[in-house]
Design a protein around this ligand. Structure first.
Ligand code: IMP
Ligand code: MG
Length: 181
């Protein structure tokens, strides 16, 4: 059972649900009377995106992008590759990029810069988790669910080697799983 590979539950289903509601209320307030477009960065943010978009009451479009910067390890390669681009044109739209976790910042630094060049009306970042101690490049965060210490976490969309995404909570993986002790 995948639950056996979890050392500690960091955020329970209930805690995640409540925080997602709070973020959605903030977004509803900040963009009152406007239409927004949520852009989910696949694959890690798909669960967060699904819950967040259903908690938002504004008119809201969704689109998806896929990037890869991790090669089956727990550290960033620093190289970002777009493996799936947006379907929609974002010109003149209010964009919120939805991410699972902000770590070194490499992925989002690259992605936000790329999207800004497509002339959206505005662009903000919403990340469920933030590991500020790991930052290598600066990234401006507008909505952040939880700040976490430097530990590798899985669940609620986040993976290790494509596994554990379906855990309903967020937990710290036992180090033996990725070859630690
Ligand atoms: P960054 O480019 O280093 O900021 O990495 C961002 C991406 O790395 C995230 O979107 C995740 O896919 C992945 N990542 C970073 N930390 C973790 C973690 O603790 N667990 C799972 N994935 C992570
Ligand atoms: Mg990701």
């Amino acid at each position: 059972m995948m639950e056996n590979d979890i050392q500690e539950v960091l955020f329970s289903e209930e805690q995640l649900k409540q925080r997602v509601q709070e973020i959605a209320r903030q977004i509803d307030e900040d963009y009152a009377g406007q239409e927004i477009m949520l852009i989910s960065v696949l694959r890690g943010s798909f669960v967060f995106m699904a819950d967040l978009c259903r908690a938002i009451h504004l008119n809201c479009m969704v689109d998806f992008m896929a990037v890869s910067s991790y090669k089956n390890g727990t550290t960033s390669s620093g190289q970002v590759q777009i493996t799936k681009d947006l379907t929609e044109d974002i010109t003149g739209r209010h964009i919120i990029v939805v991410e699972d976790i902000l770590d070194s910042g490499n992925t989002l630094h690259y992605l936000l810069n790329l999207l800004e060049h497509r002339n959206p009306a505005s662009i903000r970042l919403c990340t469920l988790l933030d590991k500020p101690s790991r930052r290598k490049v600066p990234v401006e965060v507008h909505y952040s669910g939880f700040t976490i210490p430097d530990a590798f976490v899985v669940g609620y969309g986040l993976d290790y080697a494509e596994r554990y995404r379906n855990l309903p909570y967020i937990g710290i993986l036992k180090p033996y799983v990725y070859g630690g002790q």
